[in-house]
Design a protein around this ligand. Structure first.
Ligand code: NAD
Length: 260
């Protein structure tokens, strides 16, 4: 059943990886989707993929750390379709580096994209949902690194712990408007982000490429690396009517790596 028919969704960082899989999953559930990314060629290729499936979408190129661009992202969705019902604040970055070597610039960049980017999108979408008066669903990208600190990923872990705290606090502030705020915490997902993490780990530990990824992925009880589609299944559940009574939660979807 196309449970999201008539709903619109903004998905940030949807040009590839987990965001792309979420965009396709929500389209298959009937939603109209705004595909945001900083990289035009990626966003436009997802829009073409969606069109091939007979779905409706448009791309919006903009950086989630730019408050003005985020305002335009929400306004563009309103102009196209009249309303914003779902926001998936998925855009994020990672970096592997020993904590003792992190620079102020490393910290600022990490927190700006992974925390401020989520906050700006949440606030802009919530203000629009409040104006509409019919509630909404806000869903943020967290991580297993937002449940447990990972070495060599200390500022990434700190950014994801911040997303978990924000998700709880904001859920409390907007619940009276019928808006739910939740987060998904993936594990070791086979995307370009993990390719980059793996290369950086390999350089530091002098291991062969792919070795770190396989080691980490092997920790999952379910015995295989996670796919973007595994994550998208949780997000479509939270975005749809089955998720109506869930708020303030950061839900782990990792095949059994971290236990909370
Ligand atoms: P990815 O790097 O493959 O894709 C991220 C997309 O976001 C890219 O297309 C990129 O261009 C875009 N992006 C980056 N900065 C942006 C910005 N400032 N504004 C707009 N778009 C921007 O990453 P992924 O693996 O698909 O991860 C998606 C989310 O899931 C991230 O928040 C990540 O931290 C989180 N996550 C990933 C994993 C994993 O194992 N891959 C695990 C846990 C959590």
């Amino acid at each position: 059943m196309r449970v999201l028919r008539g709903k619109t969704a903004i998905i940030t960082g949807a040009g590839r990886g987990i965001g792309r899989a979420i965009a396709l999953a929500l389209v298959r559930d009937g939603a109209w989707v705004c595909v945001n990314d900083v990289r035009r060629e990626l966003a436009e290729s997802v829009v073409r993929e969606i069109a091939k499936e007979g779905g409706e979408s448009f791309s919006f190129i903009g950086d989630v750390t730019d408050e003005e661009a985020v305002g335009c992202l929400v306004q563009e969705c309103v102009q196209q379709w009249g309303h914003v019902d779902i926001l998936v604040a998925n855009a994020g970055i990672a970096q592997v580096k020993p904590a003792l070597e992190l620079t102020v610039q490393d910290w600022k960049h990490m927190l700006e994209v992974n925390v401020l980017g989520v906050v700006l999108c949440n606030v802009a979408a919530a203000k629009q949902m409040i104006r509409q008066g019919s509630g909404g669903k806000i869903i943020n990208a967290c991580s297993i690194a937002g449940q447990q600190g990972f070495d060599m990923l200390s500022h990434y872990s700190a950014s994801k712990f911040a997303v978990r705290g924000w998700t709880q606090a904001f859920a409390k502030e907007v619940a009276s408007y019928g808006i739910t705020v939740n987060a998904y915490c993936p594990g070791i997902v086979d995307t370009d982000m993990w390719k980059q993490i793996d290369e950086e780990f390999s350089r530091i530990n002098k291991k062969a490429g792919g070795e770190t990824f396989r080691e980490y992925a092997a920790r999952a009880l379910l015995g295989r690396p996670e796919t973007p589609e595994d994550v998208a299944k949780l997000v479509r559940f939270l975005a749809g009517p089955e998720g109506d009574f869930i708020t303030g939660q950061s839900i782990v979807v990792d095949g059994g790596i971290v236990f909370v």
